[in-house]
Design a protein around this ligand. Structure first.
Ligand code: FO1
Length: 327
């Protein structure tokens, strides 16, 4: 068997989790025994929030829970079979956000994390410590150790934490822009630069290009790491048949002036040859007609079934992405 490919995935929440599961499965099918040594996931932390005194890292937790097989797959966030007793108490106290549910098991995660942060561990060290509970088969790194929670700025100038805009208002308030205060002075978390530099392939998961992949690439230095790695950089379209698969990414794309199309998102990431990050782009079969347009932008385009409806399909997508990198 040839050496395991070193894979780095840039990922956000739900789309990221499903894709990362697929990559782990594809590596297993290739006979890679130690997938944790082969697969590094650089996770968006722009969704993070302080709530009722605890630190939430929704994308880190979604990916951790999914890799551990303890996630609530139907709801898309939190733990399977969770209860809400503490959340009920918090509501009675008028604490937290009435529109935001903290499950009891999930709260255990936030309490553990917050305790370790208070003891002086960095977010990356906390994630490393948390990775020992379950055999995840992947190494998770936050994009940065800095707190750079995404703020949504509305057209009237009002500013909302991303989670309030997303879960309370379901992205119905038109955003003027997204900001990550403090990101200008943030650094990639320890391990991120080395992983990208040593990678055989860097994959952009089919996550929200604006509020998931966007903050990752906005960490100073990170975009350049992706641009200059010797690895092939392959993105997977989060748009299928001109529509977002799940969530409200179309609202986010509109806010930054990008059309909700697989070709426009590829153009938004850009070809490495012209200052962007992509070598290749996986398009859904439904968008096959856009292949020439993407290729015309200097990005190799490949067409594949992109619905991640089960682990086997996610693995096939991951395999296609590895294949696109010549691996
Ligand atoms: N999403 C919701 O729509 N409603 C919730 O009450 C909610 C609670 C929640 C608690 C912990 C957590 O890690 C995630 C949670 N999410 C909830 C999901 C989250 O707000 C977003 O879907 C992601 O941040 C977007 O990737």
């Amino acid at each position: 068997m040839s050496a395991a490919p070193r894979v780095v995935v840039l990922a956000g929440g739900v789309g990221g989790s499903k894709f990362v599961l697929g990559v782990r499965e594809a590596l297993r099918r290739r006979g890679v025994a130690d997938t944790a040594a082969a697969l590094t996931v650089v996770v968006n932390t722009g969704d993070d929030v302080w709530l009722s005194g605890v630190r939430l890292q929704p994308d880190v937790d979604s990916i951790t829970y999914a890799l551990a097989g303890v996630n609530d797959a139907e709801r898309g966030w939190g733990r399977a079979g969770d209860s809400e007793r503490v959340n009920h108490e918090l509501q009675e106290w008028g604490a937290g956000w009435p529109w935001f549910t903290l499950g009891d098991l999930d709260l255990g995660t936030h309490l553990a994390r917050t305790g370790w942060l208070r003891e002086g561990l960095t977010p990356a060290q906390v994630i490393e410590r948390m990775s020992h509970r379950w055999p995840l088969g992947a190494r998770l790194l936050p994009m940065t150790d800095a707190e750079v929670d995404t703020v949504v700025v509305l057209e009237d100038g009002a500013r909302l934490h991303f989670q309030e805009w997303w879960t309370r208002h379901r992205a119905t308030l038109a955003p003027a822009r997204f900001e990550n205060p403090g990101i200008e002075t943030a650094d990639p978390a320890p391990g991120v630069a080395d992983a990208i530099a040593a990678a055989d392939v860097v994959l952009l998961a089919p996550s929200n290009p604006v509020v998931s992949i966007g903050p990752i690439l906005a960490v100073p230095g990170l975009r350049d790491l992706v641009r200059t790695t010797t690895a092939q950089v392959v993105g997977v379209s989060p748009i299928i048949g001109g529509k977002v698969v799940r969530g409200m990414a179309d609202v986010c794309l509109t806010a930054i002036g990008v059309e909700t199309s697989a070709s426009a998102v590829a153009a938004h990431y850009g070809a490495r040859a012209s200052g962007g990050v992509l070598d290749a782009w996986l398009l859904a079969e439904e968008d096959a007609a856009l292949a020439d347009e993407v290729a015309g932008r200097g990005i190799r385009s490949l067409v594949a079934p992109l619905w991640m409806t089960d682990a086997a399909r996610s693995a096939a997508i991951a395999e296609a992405a590895l294949g696109a990198a010549g691996l």
